[in-house]
Design a protein around this ligand. Structure first.
Ligand code: NDP
Ligand code: HSE
Length: 580
């Protein structure tokens, strides 16, 4: 029995899709909602300007051109955005389906170029959301009576999003380039308008359809619906309601930029730096620390940011991102940063498994935050799901594939490949630890189990106390000998609560082909959380590699940016006397 998370429809229009590069910001916004336990339907417009360019192309064929042909041509703009978003989500390790109107039978009535959405195969959409946390749907387009393509009129992506939300009974948020609806255009010279916290449809219609399509607003009024208007990573939104009550919001704090030091410029560090460079309105990289600066320069690091001095690297930072790996010097530098009140985000599970308690205590004392979502599951939000279930206190068992390298190797060997070649491929792909015996001997999974135990139960589990069976070629051969038809060997990590104690293990197990872990492929991860009433919660996603890991690191950073403002660091004398 798998429980149903709540669904949100997010709409991304031309104002936030100005170029292909903006797709990354869309992925970050979607991942924010995946992490908070939602299923997401992402509705996209064409990249800004593309619809006009396609209209101009259609116009070259003179007046009286076929409306069906025009609709088909214009639809290619939205289809491209949906396809690009599907590809970008895949690279980030977030499972998603891309659903053109034919896949969900999104039917329209009325004029070919200004149609109304009227029906949908809701079961197909729900099935897609059961298979993956995200469904991407091109906005603005549908299928008419004769099976031909139709368009929902200018700004019709808003209408697609609101229609899908209404059909699903889901929340809807339109993501724009402003954080809500204002009394007048905030870009206009003169006094700054106030944002509405909530606005009635009548007042919203009076704003003139510049931010939300009027046809979409009328649809909302007819269906007594409500929705939100907001922007990327905003902590607030304007709620648009069918009732007439409008209310202005308190003025929001001005935007600010955080200085971020990135320690390590390897598989993960390079991905993080790339993401940070695309967020110049939020983050400035203050330093990149490595051992070998020539190597980092060759990998594209900016000369002026490079240092081999970890202490100097964290000096001017508001946030430290640790992607060095290993216990030392990672422990000392993270402790130093936390002691002085600098926030730390790390992907280092070995560090947190061994020193998490002390580091968390340092953070608590200085008021800094210490987060490490990337340390478990890559883009699969494993620690987040564990954290949501913790307060209910009825989590019974956690079981999953939480090491990408061993799953990748096992898959290749089961397909007839050679064990050592598969390990080399995993290393080249950036999945394996610097010392791959940590993956093969089960240490990496044991470290991750320790983090899951803390997130799930608030209990400390020593990785040394976890039973580990290494993954070797003979162990796989033996498992295959024992397997009955309809069973598959998987390298599984599990833990169970037994009062105040936790039992845990890592090793090969035979699972039936319909088991939720049977079909996890390559470096993908999946964790099943089972409650005492047997209800199951899942976390899935790509578990290793540059982009899934960088995605999780950036999500921690965006959460921090949304939730807190920079704090003054402690004074120098307090730093000098700090015990690290
Ligand atoms: P890499 O080996 O690719 O990169 C490590 C980086 O840290 C290199 O740039 C290295 O510099 C630098 N570094 C290491 N030690 C020092 C030091 N003493 N002083 C300065 N710089 C140092 O590792 P990954 O990026 O793969 O992994 C980093 C962390 O992320 C690890 O904790 C790992 O467990 C974790 N992680 C990795 C995932 C993955 O898929 N790769 C997924 C999830 C978590 P130089 O090259 O100059 O030596
Ligand atoms: N080496 C790890 C793995 C990296 O293969 O899962 C991700 O934590």
């Amino acid at each position: 029995m798998t429980t149903t998370p709540s669904t949100i429809v997010l709409k991304f229009g031309g104002s936030v899709l100005r170029a292909d590069g903006d797709i990354a910001a869309v992925v970050h916004e979607i991942y924010r909602w995946v992490r908070s336990g939602h299923k997401i339907v992402a509705v996209v417009s064409a990249i800004e300007g593309q619809t006009d360019a396609l209209l101009d192309r259609a116009a070259q064929y003179g007046p009286g051109a076929s409306e069906h042909a025009t609709a088909l041509l214009l639809a290619t703009g939205e289809l491209q955005s949906a396809a690009l978003l599907g590809l970008a989500l895949g690279r980030a390790g977030i499972d998603a389906s891309v659903l053109p109107p034919s896949a969900i039978n999104l039917c329209t009535l009325g004029e070919t170029l200004d149609a109304e959405p009227v029906s949908l195969d809701i079961t197909r959409l729900r099935n897609a959301l059961d298979r993956a946390p995200v469904a991407v749907v091109p906005g603005f387009v549908g299928i008419g009576n004769g099976g031909q393509w139709t368009l929902l009129g200018r700004g019709g992506t808003d209408l697609t999003a609101l229609f899908l939300a209404q059909q699903l009974g889901a929340t809807c948020r339109l993501i724009k380039d402003v954080d809500g609806l204002y009394q007048w255009d905030p870009a206009k010279p003169g006094p700054r308008p106030q944002r509405y916290a909530r606005i009635g449809i009548g007042d919203a219609l009076a704003l003139g359809g510049q931010i939300v399509q009027n046809k979409a607003l009328r649809f909302v009024r007819e269906h007594a619906q409500q929705f939100e208007v907001s922007t990327f990573n905003a902590p607030h939104a304007t709620l648009v309601t069918a009732d007439a009550q409008s209310q202005l919001a308190e003025p929001t704090q001005p935007a600010f930029i955080r200085r971020v030091a990135v320690l390590g410029f390897g598989t993960v560090g390079q991905g993080v730096v790339s993401h940070l460079k695309h967020q110049p309105d939020r983050f400035a990289i203050s330093a990149i620390a490595v051992r070998d600066t020539d190597k980092a320069r060759r990998a594209g690091a900016e000369e002026s940011l490079l240092t081999t001095d970890l202490a100097a690297a964290i000096d001017n930072a508001d946030v430290v991102i640790e992607t060095l790996g290993g216990l030392e010097p990672a422990r000392s530098i993270v402790a130093k940063a936390l002691t002085r009140g600098t926030h730390v985000i790390t992907a280092n599970k070995a560090l947190i498994a061994r020193h998490g308690s002390k580091l968390r205590a340092l953070a608590k004392r200085s008021g800094a935050t210490l987060t490490y979502s990337a340390a478990v599951g890559g883009a699969a939000p494993v620690l987040e799901v564990a954290g949501t279930l913790k307060p209910s206190a009825n989590l019974r068992r956690v079981e999953g594939i939480i090491n990408g390298t061993t799953n990748f190797i096992l898959d290749r060997v089961l397909a007839g490949g050679n064990f050592d070649d598969a390990l080399t491929a995993a290393q080249h792909a950036g999945f394996a630890e610097a010392d791959p015996s940590r993956d093969l001997d089960g240490w990496d999974a044991a470290d991750k189990l320790a983090l899951i135990a803390h997130a799930s139960f608030g209990l400390n589990l020593d990785p040394d106390d976890i039973d580990r069976q290494p993954l070797t070629a003979p162990a796989i051969a033996l498992a295959l000998e024992k397997a009955s038809p309809g069973q598959r060997p998987r390298y599984i990590a599990w833990l169970e609560r037994d009062g105040k104690k936790i039992k845990a293990g890592v090793g090969l197990a035979l699972v039936s082909l319909d088991h939720p872990l049977a079909n996890v492929r390559a470096e993908h991860n999946r964790v099943v959380f089972t409650l005492s009433d047997n209800a199951e919660h899942l976390a899935t996603g790509r578990g290793a590699g540059r982009w899934p890991t960088a995605q999780a690191v950036l999500a921690d950073l965006l959460d921090l940016h949304r939730a807190t403002r920079p704090v003054e660091s402690l004074h120098q004398h307090e730093l000098d006397s700090a015990v690290v």
